[in-house]
Every structure is written in C-alpha cells, then in structure tokens.
Design a protein around this ligand. Structure first.
Ligand code: GAL
Length: 419
C-alpha cells in the first residue's frame, strides 16, 4: 500500500470515525422500562446521565405500573408489530422466553464478556444467560423480603423489631390498640403476593419454597405446610383497609414514611423513593428481614435486553456503548445508591451505601438466596401473573378457604405447566 493510499485510508478512517461518533450520538436509543415513581425516576436519570456521557441519547419509553405487567404487554405489541425499542427492562425467565423469538441481540457478540465471571455472582449470570450466552445486562440486585419499621412509631412505643410472626401479630395488635395503623399496604395483586412470598418462605423454608414456586412440585404445593402458609397469610388481612384497594406501592410507601403506619412489607426499591424524599435509614426507618425469613435473601435482579433492529454498524456501536455503560462499576454504584438496591457487580466500593444496603450486600453473600416469584425471577410473566392473581383473590375473598385455594393453585400449576 503506497503512502498516498495510506493517507487517504487513514484520513478516510478519521472521517468515518468522526461520522460514526457524530452519527452514534445522533441516534436516540429507545429504552422501555416501568420506573415511574420518584425514586425510580431518580435512578433512571442516573442511567440517562451515564449514557449521555458516552454519547448515547436515551429515549424514554416508560410504562406506568409497578412490577412491570403493563410494560411487558406494551412491549409484546411493539415487538410483534416489528418496532421494538432498542432496549427493554426484561428479567429472569422472561429473557429465555423472548430469546425463543430470536429478537434479542447476544451480548457476547457485542462485547467481550469473559471477565464478567470475575465480578458477577453465579446466580446473576444464570438469570441473564441462555445456554451460557449472555442475553441480558444485569445492573442491580434488589432484596424483596424486607419488613420496614417506622423509627418514630417504634421509638414512641418502645417496641422491638418482630423476628417471628407471633411477635409480628403481637406488635401489630399493640400498635392498632394505640390507634395507629400497624401495617401500610397497597392494593394490587402483586403487592398482596409479595407479602405472601415472605410468608411462604418462612413457613415452607427456602428449599420447599423453591420446589413449589420455581419447580411447581405438586407434593409441596399440596402440602399441609402450604395450607398453613395460606392461613397465616390470611391472618394479615385484618390489618388492611378498603382505602388501599387499587393503590400502587408508592402510595403505601408514603403513608408509612409520613408516620401514618408503623410497618411495611416491600422490596428495597421503596428505599429509592425515600432517599429521593430526603429520608434516611435508621433515622426515619429501619429494615429487618420479614418475620421468619432471617436466613433467606429473596432476590430480584433488574436487567436490560437489546433488540435486533436495523443491524447497522452504528446500531451495534450504540448497543456496545449501552452494555459497557450498564456493566461499569461507576454506573452500577451510582444507580443502586439512587435505586435502593445493591450493584449486581461484586467487589465494588459500597462506602456510599446506607446501612440497609450494606446489610443487603452482606446477606446476599451469606444467606440462602431464593428467586422472588412475584418479581419475575422464578417463572415467566405469564405463569407468574396467574399465580399472583389466585393468591390475591384468596387474600381478598370472604369465602375461599386455605384448603380450597391450595387446590386451585395445584390445578392451575398443572394447567400452566401441562404436567
Ligand atoms: C420491579 C423492578 C424494580 C422496581 C419494582 C417496582 O419489578 O424490578 O426495579 O422498580 O418493580 O416498580
């Protein structure tokens, strides 16, 4: 190759690199998610800012509705009409479901993921991989089985944190007798089921919880322990009120943090909203494992998948930057500080995290990990939705007995898994 050509090649390379970089930054990168509450918006802004630094223009495709049911339906319509977004918040077994449609981009084909095993926990890798190929980018780990205690109310009555359900009912009844609302709760099916999830973990134990809600083991589903779990769950209904019907988790989190209720069951995404409101761990609220679940960490891993679109160099360059940004320790720390979670990456500096997140990180390493079946970690959204509805209908039914609900669950699981 002669010098003249080299110059033209090198000047062409510069020109195309310049065109590429300017073109990359010009291409909006549409991202579907369901982060619409204050804390979630704050953490989404962290994502926007980190992408902007890397010349990716985040195009917001937010679907209201905690837990993401609405978002998944909208995504199905967009995907089936051939106009999926560049990226979407898809988690757990749903990644495998979407991968079957051959719509997802392999992360391994975009970036060198060989080092990821050095800093991602095995359980996280398993949830974002299909046949050992990364199909999702994990960004954080939420703990679901938390019980939040209002510091002011517990101090006022000199109460200790309940660690068993017997203690929980004693504390709740005491507080109720004092004219204070013992438990804040929203009123949508996934929130009812989230409470049931902690009850099921405590009554069945982590192994049988996994057998029942991940592997749909009918022996565990049809067990006396399962009936006991449904009965214990129902006893919690007496702390609910008509006013909460239809209310999302944010509403319930506000009445708790504004001292109108003493206790609250929710994953630590709620902490993001409290941080956004200037509230602090220990000073305003305390975090303890849900009663009877001290030895267990029920996890929920947020992740993003990328959709195959026009498949141009520009698109691939954008996708690569998106993945590199989301997997970076800087982003994962900034994002989780705002979101209330802990980074999916291990061995990152947790000094900016509060005591609840530090507890979460410790427990994730030292306790028995179970996939949250109400947060898309155990089954596909389709199966999860049906089971959640059954559990919520039982919780709010005047007539359905625990035995009948368990029978219905058994029949439903057989239908869902066509065993
Ligand atoms: C979960 C999601 C969390 C959280 C929550 C409430 O499904 O993984 O990040 O935001 O919904 O909307």
């Amino acid at each position: 190759m002669n010098k003249k050509n080299l110059i033209s090649v090198s000047s062409f390379a510069c020109i195309s690199a310049f065109v590429l970089s300017t073109t990359v930054s010009a291409a909006p990168f549409e991202v579907l998610h369901w982060w619409t509450e204050p804390g979630e918006l704050q953490s989404k802004q962290v994502l926007v800012d980190h992408l902007k630094v890397n010349d990716i223009e985040f195009e917001d495709f937010a679907i209201v509705g905690g837990g993401g049911d609405g978002a998944i339906h909208v995504l199905q319509m967009r995907a089936l009409s051939g106009t999926p977004p560049e990226a979407a918040q898809i988690k757990g077994p749903d990644i495998t479901e979407w991968n079957k449609l051959s719509m997802l981009v392999s992360i391994d084909k975009l970036v060198d993921t060989r080092a990821w095993t050095n800093f991602l926990p095995e359980v996280v890798i398993d949830h974002v991989s299909v046949d050992h190929e990364y199909m999702g980018v994990p960004i954080n780990i939420h703990r679901v089985n938390w019980l939040w205690l209002n510091t002011k109310i517990f101090k006022r009555f000199g109460l200790a944190a309940p660690t068993t359900w017997k203690q929980f009912f004693a504390v709740a009844d005491f507080i109720q007798a004092k004219g204070v609302k013992p438990l804040s709760m929203g009123g949508t099916p996934w929130q009812d089921a989230l409470l049931f999830e902690s009850v099921a973990i405590s009554v069945l134990g982590p192994e049988n919880y996994i057998k029942a809600f991940v592997h749909f083991d009918n022996n565990v589903i049809n067990s006396v322990a399962m009936v006991d779990a449904f009965k214990l769950f129902k006893r919690l209904h007496r702390y609910t009120s008509i006013a909460q019907q239809g209310q999302d988790w944010f509403w319930a989190s506000q009445s708790f943090i504004n001292d109108q209720a003493a206790m609250f069951f929710m994953g630590d995404w709620v902490k993001g909203s409290w941080t956004a409101a200037g509230k602090e761990a220990l000073k305003d609220y305390r975090c303890v494992p849900a009663p009877g679940t001290d030895g267990v960490f029920s996890y929920n891993i947020d992740s993003f998948v990328l959709f195959k679109k026009v498949n141009t160099d520009i698109e691939q360059a954008n996708q690569k930057i998106f993945v590199d940004t989301l997997i970076s320790p800087e982003f994962q720390i900034d994002f989780s500080v705002a979101k209330g979670s802990i980074p999916a990456r291990q061995n990152v500096d947790l000094s900016r995290f509060d005591s609840c997140s530090k507890q979460s990180a410790y427990d994730f390493d030292h306790k028995t990990k179970v996939p949250s079946f109400t947060q898309n970690m155990a089954t596909s959204s389709h199966q999860q939705g049906q089971i959640i509805q059954l559990i919520s209908d039982y919780f709010n039914s005047e007539s359905l007995s625990a035995e009948e609900a368990v029978q219905q669950l058994d029949v439903m699981v057989k239908a869902l898994t066509s065993k």
